[in-house]
Design a protein around this ligand. Structure first.
Ligand code: SIN
Length: 310
């Protein structure tokens, strides 16, 4: 007899995993988001016989991810995760903004069931397509007893939503969890666990205005040689609610940019300091005039600040 929660729902949003190219040897000149999630699943023999439901929530290149799609995706994930017959949800997603979506979903839903994001670095038509294996592994993780929270499954690794980052623009093994390391790996369909599953407080869907155009506007600026305050002043004049600064090193800022950010903060715009460094976190000190982003990289700090401002 099947256990009560045995179904896996696979939600499609597009990405390279659903991409096609006229030339199987072309790994960069392809079009993302061409195949439906149902087509992707049909191409995986290891999934025949599984209790799978599919739904196409969006069909886009994730560089174009919008708050409206996040809004719809979060609501569909919450709907399916609340069903007693569903063991977990898988989301197929482009790799470019996958980590932002992961953090958004973890902060809003913090699910007690697995919500697994996956994607691919090669289109479905490529000689070395990585999508089918990633999708198969993602379904395996979504079915694993004890799995919980938002995770990303790519290249045989299970990464937590907080730590996962795309660290390479081309390599198939393009994701890393940095200092924290992956949560687990998937070997021939078996999960080998290294540490515990992500857990945090859920903000809850009710906190999200139903119209995503009403969500707070948070932008990212970067400190660099020759930086000034003009961009910050222009964003403040345009009515931005929050700013994340990708600072140098341990959260340091060009003095002209810092002056503009302090002025913005004094005028009521929330500011968070993250680091441009690819790994690690800003080690804050009590005398910092601008708060640090709690170890989040700039793109995730932007999501975090937007949610905090709700
Ligand atoms: C995308 O993010 O949609 C395109 C790139 C990818 O999926 O690897």
């Amino acid at each position: 007899m099947q256990s009560k929660a045995s179904a896996i729902v696979v939600l499609g949003t597009g990405g390279t995993i659903a991409g096609t190219s006229a030339d199987a040897a072309d790994n960069v000149g392809y079009s993302a988001a061409q195949l439906s999630v149902a087509q992707l699943l049909r191409a995986i023999p290891g999934l025949s016989g599984a209790t799978l439901e599919v739904e196409q929530v969006a069909q886009l290149d994730s560089k174009d991810m919008s708050h409206a799609v996040w809004n719809a995706l979060a609501r569909r994930c919450a709907h399916h995760l609340a069903r007693p017959d569903v063991a977990g949800v898988v989301v197929t997603h482009g790799t470019d903004t996958l980590e932002e979506t992961a953090w958004f979903l973890q902060r809003v839903l913090a699910p007690t069931k697995p919500l697994v994001l996956t994607g691919a670095m090669r289109p479905a038509t490529a000689l070395q397509a990585d999508g089918p294996q990633n999708l198969l592994d993602a379904v395996r993780v979504a079915r694993s007893p004890g799995a919980r929270g938002v995770v990303a499954v790519l290249a045989g690794r299970v990464h937590g939503a907080r730590d996962v980052r795309k660290v390479h623009p081309y390599r198939i093994d393009a994701f890393s969890s940095g200092d924290a390391g992956a949560i687990a790996c998937v070997e021939e369909g078996e999960l080998r666990l290294f540490r515990s599953w992500p857990q945090s407080e859920a903000l809850g869907l009710d906190a999200l205005p139903a119209d995503a155009s009403a969500w707070p506007r948070v932008e990212i600026v970067m400190s660099h040689a020759g930086a000034g305050g003009t961009v910050v002043q222009a964003l403040c004049a345009a009515g931005v609610h929050g700013l994340v600064v990708a600072a140098t090193g341990n959260g340091t800022l060009h003095r002209e940019l810092e002056a503009a950010l302090l002025e913005a903060q004094a005028s009521g715009v929330r500011v968070l300091r993250s680091t441009r460094c690819g790994d690690g976190r800003v080690v804050a000190t009590p005398s910092d005039a601008l708060p640090a982003a709690d170890g989040l990289p700039p793109a995730k700090a932007r999501v975090e600040l937007m949610l905090q401002l709700l």
